[in-house]
Design a protein around this ligand. Structure first.
Ligand code: PEP
Length: 259
């Protein structure tokens, strides 16, 4: 049985003070929820808030810390980068890689994403590997081949054990931050196709274990239908993770379906 994950990607939002307030709001909201049926809850603030947020959650088993990016070298002459051991020192357990915004605005390639996945897993952390198609690719009928290619390149050279531990987020780019969610049945179909691709490059045990999330305008009023699908193991949430109420609403919706 795969434990669901609800991960909040705060993107380039929140000063340290605001991040602390949001984290406290989440802790307060989670207090009333039964821990045994909670999904894994991950929050990914900007790098500059990681230390302060970790101070608030390091003794709280209900929330794990995530980062939005990393570099794949441990140290050296790579101005402006942050490495996996540095993030680990701050309590980070999950690292989002290959988000479409990083691919689009920071030229992150499939090869770099693969290097990052290897570096993260080598240190015992968990990558959340993002994939997804543009609207043009969907309309041209190349969604599946594009995503299968992204996944094969991201997982290249990883052991089956490491693949089994990893997390994938299917995020159709046209659904990110637009208020347009992908139809749940269609999202489930693509996610099943991703699971088949994982099986092809590893084995069925890894394909059954890997958690595959949906991302793209997830809200409290969409999550129940999404989580009712056979292969959707949770959500990567952008906008709706920036308010404690809506993020808690998504967690509660998940618990209703997958308690
Ligand atoms: C995201 O940033 O990964 C995302 C899915 O954003 P939103 O929920 O705002 O669409």
């Amino acid at each position: 049985m795969r434990k669901p994950i609800i991960a909040g990607n705060w993107k380039l939002n929140n000063t340290v003070k605001e991040a602390v307030e949001l984290t406290n709001g989440l802790k307060e909201g989670l207090k009333n929820l039964n821990e045994s049926s909670l999904p894994e809850v991950v929050i990914a603030p900007v790098f500059t808030s990681l230390y302060s947020v970790n101070e608030l959650i390091k003794n709280d088993s209900k929330i794990s810390l995530g980062a939005q990016n990393c570099y794949y070298k441990d140290n050296g002459a790579f101005t402006g980068e942050v490495s996996v051991p540095m993030l680990q020192e701050l309590g980070v357990k999950y690292i989002i890689i290959g988000h479409s915004e990083r691919r689009q605005y920071f030229s992150e390639t499939d090869e770099m994403i693969n290097e990052k996945a290897k570096a993260i897993l080598a240190k015992g952390l968990i990558p959340i590997i993002c994939c997804g198609e543009t609207l043009e690719q969907r309309e041209a009928g190349v969604t599946d081949s594009h995503i299968a290619s992204q996944i094969k390149k991201a997982l290249d050279g990883l052991s089956t054990e490491d693949i089994a531990k990893s997390v994938i987020a299917y995020e159709p780019i046209w659904a990110i931050g637009t208020g347009k969610t992908c139809d749940s049945v269609e999202a489930n179909r693509v996610i099943k196709m991703i699971r088949e691709t994982v099986k092809e490059v590893s084995n069925s045990q890894a394909a059954d274990s890997i958690r595959i999330l949906y991302g793209g305008s997830v809200k409290p009023n969409t999550i129940e239908e999404q989580m009712a699908q056979s292969d959707i193991d949770g959500a990567l949430v952008g906008g709706a993770s920036l308010k404690a109420d809506s993020f808690i609403g998504i967690i509660e919706g998940t618990m209703k379906v997958r308690a």
